[in-house]
Ligand binder design. Structure first.
Ligand code: A3P
Length: 321
């Protein structure tokens, strides 16, 4: 309702002036605010997350893709969309051939920051497929309680995340940012929705506690063995491939449709189109699509320093990169 909406907006305004801040020049060329341990842009991230906390009601059938930026969100949006809607679309006329994955799967916080209302989301039929970069500890109760939604989380080697983020942010700049600066800040934990380690650990722990609610994936594993992971995804989402589907090559077709090679070469993703979604072009979401590209950019010392930091931060979690 209007009153609730005003309250959330006021909370957002009050936080903007009171939270620790990093001004322009940071990773995303936005003023990042530190909210409950995480670095968020004031809009849409913080505003969207406040709206999520105050107003969003998860359904048990909801499927939520959670990730840090540059960890494989675009790829997973495409894969999950294709898996769960496979009865509705044929490959030759598939929606992914004419729409960017970000236009098929909505970011919750982006949507809520823009619309300041959940009514459009409420009108979506079940199962809803949504995405978020929200840290686990900031999710609303309706999403994390037992009867809440299911999550797929995707993460990636932080060394590739630094490089991918650096390239991505440079698209917005007239003069590229020195890699050393971006790297240093990432290692200090100042990155969009970071610290990296706190974001991954929140979802990692939840996946250990509630494996039927949270599927935890790594970009590198998907790259190495997409067949196994696409099947795992379908099973986790309650729509395992039938023997007939497997015999017909359905899994391979999905992998091919959603591959970097295929998506990045489609007119829609080569175009400068931005829809109304963000400051980024569709093509900005497709750079190289490889694991280990960091080797071309980071010195041995930089890589060792970040590896060391990550090891230290994740030491007792059982999670490694
Ligand atoms: P690189 O910059 O290393 O190439 P996100 O989607 O979370 O923003 O992550 C973007 C990263 O995923 C980019 O990594 C991008 O190239 C890669 N990517 C995009 N689509 C992909 C796909 N279909 N398969 C594999 N990687 C993909």
């Amino acid at each position: 309702n209007e009153q609730g909406k005003e309250k959330t907006k006021q909370k957002h305004q009050a936080l903007i002036s009171s939270l620790p801040k990093r001004e322009r020049g940071d990773m995303m060329q936005l003023a990042l605010l530190q909210y409950q341990g995480f670095w968020l842009g004031s809009e849409p991230a913080l505003k969207g997350i406040l709206f999520m906390q105050d107003h969003f009601k998860a359904r048990p059938t909801d499927i939520v893709l959670a990730s840090l930026p540059k960890c494989g969100t675009t790829w997973l949006k495409a894969l999950i969309f294709t898996i769960i809607n496979r009865a509705d679309y044929d490959f030759p006329t598939h929606p992914l051939l004419t729409a960017n994955p970000h236009d098929l799967v909505t970011f919750l916080e982006g949507y809520l920051a823009k619309h300041e209302s959940i009514s459009g989301l409420g009108a979506l039929p079940s199962p809803r497929l949504l995405a978020t970069h929200c840290p686990y500890t900031l999710l609303p109760n309706s999403m994390i309680n037992n009867s809440g939604c299911r999550f797929v989380y995707v993460c990636r080697d932080p060394k590739d995340v630094v490089i991918s983020t650096w390239h991505f942010v440079n698209k917005l700049l007239t003069k590229p940012r020195p890699l050393e600066d971006a790297f240093e800040q990432f290692c200090e934990g100042v990155s969009p929705f970071g610290p990296f380690w706190d974001h991954v650990i929140g979802y990692w722990r939840a996946s250990l506690e509630l494996p039927e609610k949270m599927l935890f994936l790594k970009y590198e594993d998907l790259k190495r063995d997409p067949f196994v992971h696409v099947k795992r995804l379908a099973e986790f989402l309650g729509q395992p491939f039938t023997q007939d589907e497997e015999n017909d090559g359905m899994v391979q077709e999905i992998i091919k449709l959603c591959s970097f090679e295929n998506l990045s070469n489609l007119e829609i993703n080569k175009s400068s189109s931005t829809a109304t979604r963000s400051r980024f072009k569709n093509s900005d979401f497709f750079r190289k699509g490889e694991a280990g590209d960091w080797e071309k950019y980071l010195t041995t010392e930089m890589a060792a320093a970040l590896d060391h930091k990550i090891k230290e931060k994740l030491h007792d979690s059982g999670l490694t990169f």
